[in-house]
Design a protein around this ligand. Structure first.
Ligand code: GLU
Length: 449
């Protein structure tokens, strides 16, 4: 490996020993960049890698809110404005009890490359809170969101930083956050957040975009392999917004998602989550704040496996779409033993580095990285920003066509970048290299910052 790359990785490991997720993403991305740094020795002189691993700005804030019984609670809020070289910081907010700086930073770092891959002018950012939405009432969620935004609003804006949703933050939360922003600023300000409701500047197809985009990308991989999506079975994890979009698009294209998972276990539905009723039920499950996938098997009478993950199922395609480190070595071994050809990451960093390495070296297996596969979500967020600043509303066809084209392009530029460095059809390295090239050029041209 390039000596400069190695040194930067070692520095990050030493400095961020208490943030393993952040170290994990740095190792994964930077090790792909070795050949690029070999070719660009000028990057070492300006310490481009030392800079890119350091957030431009990151802050924490106190969020105090009152529950329905009148008791006060205190959480920590975060926003990491990681890299603004190619556009305003852009990225979601995650509300989940395990949120801490290591999670926000890993997500922010991934976001830089993902956003660059969309081809649109958006920088990388991420935020959230250790607030746990499970079991909270709508009124509690509203009070939390209002308090969160009261602390954050001075530091964001349409040309500065444009937050959106992530785990625990969907349309309802974005509505409360936006309402509070508008109340505090007394201005609509081009929407500020993305993922808004469609009556107040939200884009059509934004709720579906991450899942649809993932299936469009999958389709490009299948085309590359002269294969067809029709009749394919897919194992997904999660049952939230992203998995919902995958189920819906897969159903339209004649494939079926046969597993879903939650913190309680996984369900296996051999008929597929492939009727309108089933797909819509996922929305109800999310709105209930119960965070239980067993509700699906109770309703539709299929098997539920408590405490287990779906990765031992023999299917055509694996799409981990729940959360980070969902697929570890023991699951990767099962996937390889089942000779599954397509391993398409969807959630951010769903695979541990050792498992990812192992899968990438399986003969005949194609591995696609989440930062490319899930980029359609933030890509359509950028289209929402464009519509808001134009004061226009695009049709579903217009947005969907742009999303489709975006995913084709992301797949193509990733494959081309890998090819350029003699790596063959390596979509993982290709996505890192293609995203990096754009951001690195912008940073280099903008001088010391
Ligand atoms: N949280 C999503 C992601 O990981 C969406 C971000 C956005 O739309 O800004 O990309």
């Amino acid at each position: 490996m390039n000596a400069y790359v190695e040194r930067v990785i070692e520095n990050v490991k030493a400095k961020h020993a208490s943030e393993p997720e952040f170290v994990q993403t740095i190792e994964e991305v930077l090790s792909s960049l070795s050949p690029v740094i070999d070719k660009h020795p000028e990057y070492e002189k300006v310490d481009l890698l030392g800079r890119i691993v350091e957030p431009e700005r990151m802050f924490t804030f106190r969020v105090v809110w009152m529950d329905d019984n009148g008791n006060y609670h205190t959480n920590t809020g975060y926003r990491c404005q990681f890299n603004g070289a190619i556009g305003p910081y852009k990225g979601g907010l995650r509300f989940q009890k395990n949120v801490y700086p290591g999670i926000i930073k890993f997500l922010g770092f991934e976001q830089i490359f993902k956003n660059a891959l969309t081809g649109l002018p958006i920088g990388g950012g991420k935020g959230g809170s250790d607030f746990d939405p499970t079991g909270k009432s709508d009124a509690e969620i509203m009070r939390f969101c209002q308090s969160f935004m009261t602390a954050l609003y001075r530091y964001i804006g349409p040309d500065v930083d444009v937050p959106a949703g992530d785990m625990g933050v969907g349309g309802r939360e974005i509505g409360f956050l936006f309402g509070q922003y508008r109340r505090l600023k007394g201005a609509w300000e081009n929407g500020v957040l993305t993922g808004k409701g469609q009556t107040y500047g939200g884009s059509v197809i934004r709720p579906e975009a991450t899942g649809y985009g993932a299936v469009y990308y999958l389709n490009e991989v299948l085309k590359h392999e002269h294969d067809d999506i029709k009749g394919k079975t897919i194992a997904c994890s999660g049952f939230g917004n992203v998995t919902w979009g995958i189920c819906k698009k897969a159903m339209q294209l004649g494939a079926k998602v046969v597993t879903l998972s939650g913190p309680d276990g996984y369900i296996y539905d051999p008929e597929g989550v492939a009727t309108e009723e089933k797909v819509n039920y996922l929305l109800e499950m999310r709105a209930s704040n119960r965070n239980r996938v067993q509700d699906y098997s109770d309703k539709f009478g299929c098997e539920f496996f408590p405490g287990e993950k779906p990765w031992g199922r023999k299917v055509d395609i694996i799409m981990p779409s729940a959360m980070q480190n969902d697929v570890r070595m023991e699951s990767a071994e099962k996937i390889a033993a089942n000779h599954i050809k397509y391993y398409i990451e969807v959630a951010n960093m769903p695979t541990t580095n050792d498992a990812l390495d192992f899968l990438r070296h399986q003969d005949g297996m194609i591995v696609a990285p989440s930062k490319a596969v899930n980029a359609g979500g933030v890509g359509v967020s950028a289209l929402e920003m464009a519509q808001n600043s134009e004061r226009l509303v695009w049709t579903a066809d217009e947005v969907d066509n742009q999303l489709h084209r975006m995913m084709e392009t992301i797949h193509r530029v990733s494959a081309e970048a890998a090819e350029e460095y003699g790596l063959g059809y390596d979509l993982v390295a290709g996505a890192n290299i293609a995203g990096f090239k754009k951001v690195a050029t912008a940073m280099y041209e903008q001088g010391a910052f």
